[in-house]
Design a protein around this ligand. Structure first.
Ligand code: ZN
Ligand code: ZN
Length: 178
């Protein structure tokens, strides 16, 4: 848990939190990606008239397979936390027209009886948003041979024997009469 103590914050007005979270794996779309370094969180929380503003950075790294060749990529992640916590009773009953959607997405609520705010969800979101849709070991990764699966970065001159067999008329006939 990454706790932000509300009482302490009300008293101090501004708190700085620095913590290394020892997370093992990132779960994303049903896949698991191991962290190769701790999740380092540095943030500032400011309290003013009931509003708690949280601003910070998250840096870590995950091991993610290359989308083309499946080799592990050590992906550095530097994310941002920007969140606003409002007391629960101030939750709007309807969305005002001039409230930006992005503002709402970063707005959360705490209740008067809460001792602390757990910021782990915010950290996780900051990481997830930084994971690219396509992870490549390099821009010009040649991927795998579609016929035999050999890594074409390691075997740039690969001429696939499977492809040749399939292309010969005899192989095609043989396939047909199997
Ligand atoms: Zn690759
Ligand atoms: Zn091949």
């Amino acid at each position: 848990m990454l706790k932000l103590k509300i009482d302490a914050l009300k008293h101090e007005k501004v708190l700085h939190v620095e913590e290394n979270l020892d997370w093992k794996e990132l779960e994303l779309n049903g896949e698991r990606y191991p962290y190769f370094k701790p999740v380092a969180v540095k943030l500032e929380a400011a309290f003013s008239r009931g509003r708690i503003n949280v601003d910070g950075i998250v840096s870590t790294g995950i091991i993610h397979p290359c989308d083309r060749c499946l080799e592990p990529v050590y992906l550095e992640i530097n994310g941002k936390i920007e969140a606003l916590y409002l007391p629960r009773e101030k939750k709007p009953k309807y969305v005002e027209k001039n409230v930006e959607l992005t503002d709402l997405e970063n707005t959360f609520y705490y209740t008067a009886s809460d001792e602390y705010i757990d910021l782990e969800e915010r950290v996780l979101e900051a990481i997830i948003i930084e994971v690219p849709i396509k992870v490549l070991c390099s821009e010009d990764c040649k991927g795998l041979c579609p016929y035999c699966g050999i890594n074409l970065n390691k075997h740039p001159d690969h001429v696939c024997p499977h492809l040749e067999k399939k292309e010969s008329p005899f192989a095609i006939l043989k396939e047909k009469f199997k």
